[in-house]
Design a protein around this ligand. Sequence first.
Ligand code: GLA
Length: 415
Amino acid sequence: MALPTPVLGSEPPLGLPTSLARLRDEFVGRFGGPVEGVRTFFSPGRVNMFGGHLDYNGGPVLPVAIDRGTFLAIRRAESKGRVRLATVFGNDVFEGAIDALPPTASGKWYDYPVGVIRALIASADGDSEDGPLEAGFDVLYGGNLPVGAGLSSSASITVGTAFALDCVFGLGLEPMDRVAAALDAERGYVGVQCGIMDPFAVGFAREKQVLWLDCKDESFEHLPLDFKKLSIGVMDTGVQRALARGEFNRRVAECKAAFEGLKHLEPGATVLRDIPLETVEAHASSLDPDVAKRALHVAREVKRTFRAREAFLAEDFIELGQAMTETHRSFQTHYECSCEELDVLVDAAVAQEGVFGSRLTGAGFGGCIVMLVAAGAEAEVSRVVANAFEARYGRRPPAAFFQGDAGPREVDCSA
Ligand code: GLA
């Protein structure tokens, strides 16, 4: 029987070894065979704090991996050459031959792992006649990350799949190869023209640290965050927009149009991030009005994200929070990727003592907000913000607080 999809909640999670031991038992129940040989993995989700919609424009971003994510139980099929992919959250099971995976996506959840498997096969060097995964394998997916809430359940599953297959088959991948396979799956197979931030945030995560990533040259740096002073809070509107994927791809296209319209003004520019704000402001009227708004958001957000980096390094949480809330205002007026429920949560959050700033996280159009909260104020903030939301919508939005997660890993649940 399928389980309900996860929600953020106040109840303490079971702990990874216990959760993964349950998944492993469920795996044996579904696929049969002995429990020996079943390996279990965790792969985190992420919250993006700064650099909203900048990754596909070559700008800087500052995400953090979180300790909620995808659980995987996996076992080699020993030369049967078959792949079976199942989830505890639904009844759709994928089954196919490893050398004849479907060339086009199905619209089902398993497009993400199938896309990764195809990418890994395609990128493997052709030394042997058989592909690196030719034995085949079975995977059962579970997890504690809400899906479609802006916490990157997609990068969690794609990077996690690449990581688990790398371990089980000894593929010898570098973290960057796993990120590349995840991106290939999402862009080339699923068909979302996303940037590099999410798989990077998951694939290069470090405990109690955030990631500073420059999406133009892919240089990155881990920055420590003192969680004794600052908490990263997330609240979920519960709104899932069916149109989100189309709207996201439209924003990507609008930014491309902005770059095409402005690049002649900045010799050497290769991405929209390279066009200075002054240039965008001076020439905005030459662009389609929507395209101009997107370009203004991007140029200001680039500046704001560098400002946030300085504030972050100086532990100036007031300045940091202001930058975050300004991003949300720009999402409302210029990027048009917010929605009423997100605005209600952000407005309630920033009016509350102990909250330095707040914005929607992820692509927007629904999903979660992120809040920077003074350590110690978490319970009061989530109570008051949930009250404001409940007064309007008659339901309480779930909340959770996170610290930087260590990234994809095998978890021994036999102990
Ligand atoms: C989604 C995409 C990311 C990024 C964010 C917006 O999460 O997958 O690549 O563009 O939206 O910042």
